[in-house]
Structures are given as structure tokens and as C-alpha cells.
Design a protein around this ligand. Structure first.
Ligand code: C2E
Ligand code: CA
Ligand code: CA
Length: 618
């Protein structure tokens, strides 16, 4: 059935003109009729307030569906859609001999209920509206066909343009090489600069068209292929850090290297795209799961080292089950799997599971609730005591944040800290906990307990600039406490010069530094020698692993000895059993923190425990 035939049918069934037109095109956009009617009648009614004919409102909806503006990053699309809107109205005005308002088309006012009664009685809609409806449909059909043509032409142009740019690039490199070899600087500077500016602009254009072409190819592959299809999305682990350490230019070269490799690896039925920054996507057919696995391995092997550094990737894979699902949704599922793979320490390849959706929702939930959580003071400081095994005495505590959500209850820091480290809210949350910790120290001092340091966690985010030092100074100044009592726990994750330097500065300020999570991954014995820590906190997993074999116990013993020799304090975290306490005592690690002694508790509770502990000691 043609658009016009469908429209006539709806017209006879007495639908409004906006419903008639949008309904006639609904199928083109995979919209069911009921939704189409509901949408167009709302939109049409809104426009009618301005007396604009329903044909126009529905036609604009059709145009919006075809090439509307939906991506805030893509302002070009917005301009394009605006242009098309104006074009439609002009054409419509022309064919309707200037009548584009309902009142003019019907030769009757439409605003009041009485007006509408007259229209009905006189059967004006069936008499006057078909002309406007038919003109609208004709114009829309023309415009959509034209659009398809334009897209084709654009692609050809861009392909032509790409090869032209490659030529220019080659020419430029030759010029640069020539300038270098002849010892001259900036030969043809003007020429080179012009090209540089040109590149940037065209890059945006090229990227958009590449995305478009990728999606079209992928759409065809999914639709026509009889084999199973997989969406593989991957990114570089710690890309930001590599960028920071080696510079952006190095990062860019690395991305080019990956693209070149993919070009060589993928055949003409395997499509790849650099979605943004360090995120890539490959869509491929495959024969069996083993086949898919070995393809991913092949990709991984060929890109796993660039220059002298070895790269690690996180892969998320979605194997298509329902080919009718929207492409975007398939991409999203691969993206969810990739994000889950990022947090996984066991494997770097994960296949999509339904649970990932929940994970993503919880991430979204956390991001969206953070501001109100801060405003409504939903964060609380809990304290977990640290004990001396020999004295059976509390020697301090660690401050741990708890998010007490009014509906969801207590949310674990492991769930929200990594997310707020990315979006910057970590500063506010940590500063709050540091203040609470300082306040607790002051309160303990006032009651005569002056030897109970509280350690706070310092996310590595803070060690990137000077804001944290200023904040700490302010906190110390306002609370008037002894600096040494507010201890700072820092997790050393990489040999990062900048972070070590910042840590030194804090140490010089007079703060005591605790190295958190020692033995959990990145930290090495080297770090002990190089960084200025006062105390090492042995990670729970490290202790667990070490306890299970005689050899492990020996290593643990060596670490304890080494710390003693270097004059470093040592504290074992996550101590849960009597057996662990015994082993630690024997090898000379006296300080412990863990459920065996006490779980983290609200500050008031800890205050009572501390007072009791001090009284029993006397
Ligand atoms: P962390 O700094 O290593 O903190 C120790 C974690 O181990 C705490 O988990 C604590 O409750 C838990 N724990 C202590 N003893 C035991 C035990 O015997 N058995 C077991 N299974 N667990 C034990 P929590 O409070 O869930 O915190 C998790 C992580 O979140 C912390 O690890 C820390 O990295 C981060 N975090 C917590 N509070 C803050 C904060 O205020 N700021 C920042 N930046 N990070 C925080
Ligand atoms: Ca800690
Ligand atoms: Ca720890």
C-alpha cells in the first residue's frame, strides 16, 4: 500500500490529519500504529494552539524521524534538520498557494468548541483536508528520496576526499622530511599550517561518515548473514594513565597503530570502528565459539605491544541472539560487557549477560543520586579499630565511608568509590570523611584520649593536584588537632612519579603515610624502598594466600623482616581467624585490623568501645 492509500484509509476512518500523515509513514520507522496515533495527536494538538495545520506538524514528525537531531554532540545534524524543516514548509506553502494555517485551508476558525462543531457539521475535513494531506505526502516522499541520494553522494565524496587527504598527507611528510634534511626549519610554514587547520575540520566530517558507513554495513551483515554474528567492543586498560605518562601524541600514535592492525586483520565481511578515544568495535561473523575466541586472541596478540610498552585490553562480546533487535542495543550490550571486563581481575574477555544491565543501571543510579546524597548528608563515617595483638589494646582506627540511602539502605564503598573517582565527586566525599575524622580526634582528645590516630583513605585522584594539601591544612587548622593523628592511607597502584612526589610533599607537611593494600597487585618491594611510607598495610588477600602454604608463610616472614629492618610499621588487614592472629604474632606482625577483632562501626559506637578499652587497660 502506498503512503497515500494508507492516508486515505485513515482519513475515511475519521482520524485527525496529523494522525493520518504520521500513521501513513509509521511503518517506515518501525513504529506501531497505536503509538503513531498517540504521538501525532499530542504533537498536532500542541501545534494547533498556534493554528498550524496538522499536516505540517505530522510532516515535521516524519522528517524528525528520518533525520532529526538526537545527539547533542552533533550540532551539524541540528542545522541539517532545521534546514529540512524550512524546506518542507516552503514547498508546502507553494503548493497550497500560500494557505498553511488551518483557518485558511478550511476557511473556518478552529479554536473554539463551537468552531469545531461547525467543521464537523459541514464535513469540512473530508472536503478540504485531502488536498493538503496529499501535497504533504508528495513533498515528504520527494524529500526522503532526495535525502537517500544525498547520503550516497556524500559517501562517494568523502571516499574521494579521503584519498585526496592521504595524498596531501604524504606530500606534507615529504616536505617535512626535506626541511629536516636540509636543516631548515619551518619551510613552507604557511602551507603546513593551512593543512593542519583543514585536517581538523575534515576529521570530524570523516569520523561521522565512517560511523554512518560502519552502521550501514553492520546492519546489512546482521540482516543478510546466515552465520552467527558477534559484536566485540574493546578498550585499552589504563589508557588515561598511558596518555598522562607518555603524552597525548604518543596516545594518538598508539590508536593509529591499532587501527592499522585492525585493517590488516579484518576481511571485507568484518567491520571495525574506532568509536571514540580508546574504544573500538569489531563486528564479525563466526562459525563456532572456539572460532570467535581464536579471532579475539588473534586481535589481542597483534595489538598487545606498541613500541616498548605492553598493552592490556578489556573485551566485551555480545553474540547476537535476536537479529531484529536494534543495532544500537547490540552495541550497548557489547559495551556493558566491556565495562564489566574492565573490573574483572581474572579475565579480560567477558560475554554479555543479563546481569550487566543491572550493573549499568546501578552505575547510572549512583551517578544520578550523588548530588542529592551529598546535599542530604547521606554519607556517614564508620570506624574500624586497629589492635595490638600483644597488648590486646586499640591503637587507632580506619575511617571508612558508608552511604546510607533512604530507600536502598547501606551501599558499599566498593560500589560507588570507583564511579565517583571518575566523575570527581570523590573530592567532596573524602573531604567530608576527613573532616569527620578530625572532629572525632578532637572529641577523643577532649575526653583525655590523645593516642588514638585515625587513618583516612586518600584516593589517588587527590594526588594529581594541590587541592588536597590545602584542604588538609584547613582541616588541621580548624580542628586544632595534631597532624600526626590524622593518618593518610594511599594505595600505590603504579610506579607513578607524580603521585610519589605528591606523597612526599604530604609527608614533609608532617602527615603520617600508610601504604594501603600492599601485596594486592601492583605494589612491589621496590616501592618500599622508594616511597616515604611510615606504615605498610598488608592486604587481606595477600595474607590469605600466604597462610595456605609453608612457602607462603616464609615469604610473609621475609616481608615482615624487611619492614622491620627498614623501620617501617606493619599492619595486617582483614584478619578474620584466630589462626591468622597466631601466625602473625609468631612472625612479629603485631598490629591487626579485621573482623576477628571488630567490624567497622558508627563513630559513637567506636567512641564507647575506645573508652571501655582504655579503662580496662588502667
Ligand atoms: P580498604 O581501604 O582496603 O578498606 C578495608 C576494607 O576491608 C573495608 O571495606 C573493611 O570494611 C574491610 N574489612 C576490614 N576487615 C575485614 C575482614 O576481616 N574481612 C573482610 N572480608 N573485610 C574486612 P569497605 O569499608 O567496604 O571499603 C572498601 C574500600 O573502599 C576500601 O578498601 C577503600 O579502598 C574504599 N573506601 C572506603 N571508604 C573510603 C573513603 O572514605 N574514601 C576513599 N577514597 N575510599 C574509601
Ligand atoms: Ca584503606
Ligand atoms: Ca586496604
Amino acid at each position: 500500500m502506498t503512503h497515500k492509500e494508507r492516508a486515505d484509509l485513515f482519513l475515511r476512518e475519521q482520524y485527525h490529519c496529523s494522525q493520518v500523515i504520521f500513521g501513513a509513514f509509521a511503518e517506515d520507522f518501525d513504529i506501531d500504529l497505536k503509538t503513531a496515533f498517540k504521538l501525532s495527536t499530542c504533537f498536532g494538538a500542541g501545534m494547533r494552539q498556534g493554528e498550524v495545520c496538522g499536516c505540517i506538524s505530522a510532516a515535521l514528525m516524519v522528517l524528525g524521524m528520518a533525520f532529526g537531531f538526537y545527539d547533542a554532540q552533533n550540532r551539524e545534524l541540528e542545522l541539517y534538520a532545521n534546514k529540512k524543516t524550512r524546506e518542507f514548509i516552503e514547498k508546502f506553502r507553494e503548493r497550497m498557494d500560500g494557505d498553511i494555517l488551518c483557518r485558511d485551508i478550511l476557511a473556518q476558525d478552529i479554536r473554539t468548541v463551537e468552531d469545531q462543531e461547525i467543521i464537523k457539521q459541514a464535513g469540512l475535513i473530508l472536503k478540504k483536508c485531502p488536498r493538503a494531506i496529499h501535497h504533504s505526502i508528495e513533498i515528504l516522499e520527494e524529500m526522503l528520496a532526495e535525502h537517500a541520494q544525498e547520503m550516497k553522494k556524500n559517501e562517494a565524496l568523502i571516499a574521494e576526499y579521503e584519498s585526496e587527504m592521504q595524498e596531501l598527507q604524504k606530500e606534507r611528510q615529504e616536505k617535512e622530511a626535506l626541511a629536516k634534511s636540509s636543516g631548515e626549519k619551518n619551510t613552507d610554514k604557511w602551507d603546513l599550517n593551512i593543512l593542519a587547520g583543514h585536517d581538523e575540520l575534515q576529521d570530524i566530517m570523516k569520523r561521522n561518515s565512517r560511523k554512518h558507513r560502519f552502521r550501514r554495513n553492520v546492519g546489512e551483515l546482521v540482516y543478510y548473514s546466515t552465520k552467527p554474528i558477534a559484536f566485540i567492543q574493546f578498550d585499552i586498560r589504563r589508557f588515561k594513565i598511558i596518555n598522562d605518562l607518555y603524552g597525548e601524541r604518543f596516545g594518538d600514535e598508539m590508536l593509529c597503530f591499532i587501527i592499522e592492525k585492525l585493517k590488516g586483520l579484518c576481511n571485507d565481511r568484518q567491520y571495525y570502528l574506532n568509536l571514540r578515544s580508546d574504544v573500538f568495535m569489531i563486528v564479525t561473523e563466526y562459525e563456532s565459539n572456539e572460532d570467535l575466541q581464536s579471532f579475539i586472541k588473534k586481535v589481542d596478540d597483534s595489538i598487545s605491544s606498541f613500541r616498548d610498552i605492553s598493552l592490556q585490553f578489556s573485551y566485551g562480546v555480545y553474540t547476537v541472539e535476536d537479529k531484529n533487535m536494534e543495532l544500537r542495543q547490540m552495541e550497548d550490550r557489547a559495551a556493558m560487557a566491556r565495562k564489566a571486563a574492565k573490573d574483572n581481575v581474572i579475565t579480560n574477555i567477558l560475554y554479555y549477560k543479563e546481569q550487566f544491565k543491572e550493573l549499568l543501571y546501578s552505575r547510572k543510579f549512583i551517578e544520578e543520586s550523588m548530588q542529592s546524597a551529598i546535599e542530604e548528608r547521606q554519607f556517614k563515617m564508620y570506624l574500624q579499630p586497629k589492635y595490638s595483638i600483644a597488648k590486646n589494646q586499640i591503637v587507632g582506627a580506619e575511617a571508612l565511608v558508608r552511604w546510607i540511602h533512604p530507600e536502598r539502605g547501606v551501599i558499599s564503598p566498593n560500589e560507588f568509590i570507583p564511579i565517583i573517582e571518575e566523575n570527581g565527586y570523590i573530592r567532596e566525599v573524602d573531604y567530608f570523611i576527613w573532616r569527620e575524622a578530625a572532629e572525632f580526634i578532637r572529641r577523643a582528645e577532649e575526653s583525655g584520649i590523645t593516642d588514638c590516630p585515625i587513618s583516612v583513605n586518600v584516593s589517588r585522584v587527590h594526588l594529581q593536584d594541590n587541592a588536597c594539601k590545602k584542604e588538609l591544612e584547613e582541616i588541621i587548622g580548624q580542628s586544632g588537632i595534631n597532624k600526626e593523628l590524622l593518618e593518610l592511607e594511599i594505595t600505590e597502584t603504579l610506579d607513578d612519579q607524580e603521585i610519589s612526589r605528591k606523597a612526599y610533599e604530604l609527608k614533609e607537611e608532617g602527615f603520617k603515610l600508610l601504604m594501603d593494600d600492599f601485596g594486592s597487585g601492583y605494589s612491589s618491594l621496590n616501592i618500599l624502598l622508594e616511597t616515604p611510607f611510615d606504615v605498610i598495610k598488608l592486604d587481606k588477600k595477600f595474607i590469605e594466600n600466604m597462610m595456605v602454604s609453608e612457602k607462603g608463610k616464609l615469604i610473609l616472614e621475609q616481608v615482615v623482616m624487611m619492614a622491620n629492618r627498614l623501620g617501617l610499621g606493619l599492619l595486617a588487614e582483614g584478619v578474620e581467624t584466630k589462626e591468622q592472629v597466631e601466625v602473625l604474632r609468631k612472625i612479629g606482625c603485631d598490629l591487626v585490623q579485621g573482623y576477628y577483632y571488630a567490624k567497622p562501626m558508627p563513630a559513637d559506637e567506636f567512641f564507647e568501645l575506645l573508652q571501655k578499652n582504655r579503662i580496662s587497660e588502667k
